[in-house]
Design a protein around this ligand. Structure first.
Ligand code: FES
Ligand SMILES: [Fe+2]
Length: 353
């Protein structure tokens, strides 16, 4: 039986590589152009994405079934992907459909690769990463802002050299804005002292400052539901920043491996019609640079944190959101291991019987 320490290490190692059983964003939609493929590393797996003949996104392991070359170096042909090395061609289910160099090759028709479910929402591509307890993809339910006509959303993706959990911790910690971003356009306001309060929701929690609302980045909602995990926060905008009320950020963090991740941010505003056009213009022309400046401050700070920092942190009251998020993720990881151990026990029982 595992002792407590090794259980903790096992859960921690698993979480550091990326929590499965979720839909995770892997690219902005425009990055997968018709007729071209895109290589991605997600949770230590090399994957390739492309659009099939009907425009449907496909994702399989980036590994040629013949001798392992990267399929992403090949070509999209009639909706399938053909390896550059000897032309072996695989379809979106991971099945070999053609071995052009060898007539009637026995590899044809063989399911050789893991294929991943793919969905598009909010201008980005999501794939489902199974876990032992959630092997089948549930229907993807994106944040409501992605599907509502009332919201205008721009996705942006960036690559940070730190563990994805640090990005999530960062979002569950509104207080950092008053310090780290104190020189920024919109995050310079408000008190530098406060107490935090946490309210649980049906699928996560809201962490907020007790004495300040609508002044700075004062609250975050964290959602870990049946299909995905993300956060939502508002940044109050001055009148000069155009129509639409606060600037809303929806964020996801997708592990590449233990030390790097993709941070995804959707910049959202509640605008329609002409106001939408003026917001798009204003954002592109003036505000986007400022937003990147703030994100850069986050990146530098998070990349400075050692990957084993959790072993010697000294948390205080403001970290109740960070703690709650970690508890929720640990619970999901334990469900994965429970299912994994049960499946292994079942398999070994069958072998010894
Ligand atoms: S390694 Fe891909 S076709 Fe040979
Ligand atoms: Fe920040």
């Amino acid at each position: 039986m595992l002792d407590k320490t090794s259980t903790r290490d096992r859960v921690d190692d698993y979480l550091n590589d990326g929590l499965g059983g979720l839909w995770v964003p892997v690219a902005v939609s425009v990055q997968v152009k018709p007729g071209a493929s895109l290589a991605r590393r997600v949770m230590n797996e090399n994957l390739v994405l492309w659009r099939d003949a009907g425009g449907k996104l496909r994702c399989v392991e980036d590994f040629c079934p013949h001798r392992g070359a990267k399929l992403s170096l090949g070509e999209v042909q009639e909706g399938n992907i053909a390896c550059r090395y000897h032309g072996v061609t695989v379809d979106g289910t991971g099945t070999v459909v053609k071995v052009p160099a060898m007539p009637d090759c026995a590899l044809e028709g063989r399911k050789a690769l893991t294929a991943y479910e793919v969905a598009e929402a909010g201008g980005a591509i999501f794939i489902y990463i199974p876990s032992a307890d959630r092997p089948e993809a549930p229907e993807f339910s994106p944040p409501e802002e992605f599907v509502s006509d009332e919201w205008e959303v721009f996705p942006c993706m960036t690559h940070w050299d730190c563990n994805y959990r640090l990005s999530l911790d960062n979002a569950a910690d509104p207080m950092h804005a008053s310090y780290l971003h104190a020189d920024s356009f919109t995050l310079a306001y408000g008190a530098k002292q406060d107490t935090m309060k946490l309210d649980r929701t049906d699928d996560g929690f809201v962490i907020e400052r007790v004495n300040q609302k609508g002044v700075n980045f004062d609250w975050t909602e964290v959602v870990v539901d049946e299909s995905t995990m993300y956060f939502r926060l508002d940044i109050p905008y001055p009148d000069g920043a155009g129509p639409g009320g606060p600037f809303r950020i929806i964020g996801f963090a997708t592990a590449i491996d233990e030390d790097t991740h993709y941070s995804f941010f959707w910049r959202c505003r509640k605008v329609q019609g002409l106001a939408r056009e003026s917001w798009r213009f204003l954002y592109r022309a003036f505000l986007e640079d400022r937003h990147w400046h703030v994100l850069e401050q986050d990146r530098v700070m998070l990349e400075s944190i050692p990957s084993d920092s959790r072993r010697r942190e000294m948390l205080y009251q403001h970290d109740i959101g960070v703690s709650r998020l970690r508890q929720m993720m640990v619970r999901r990881a334990k469900e994965h291991f429970k299912a994994l151990d049960a499946a292994e026990a079942d398999a070994s029982g069958k072998i010894s019987a």
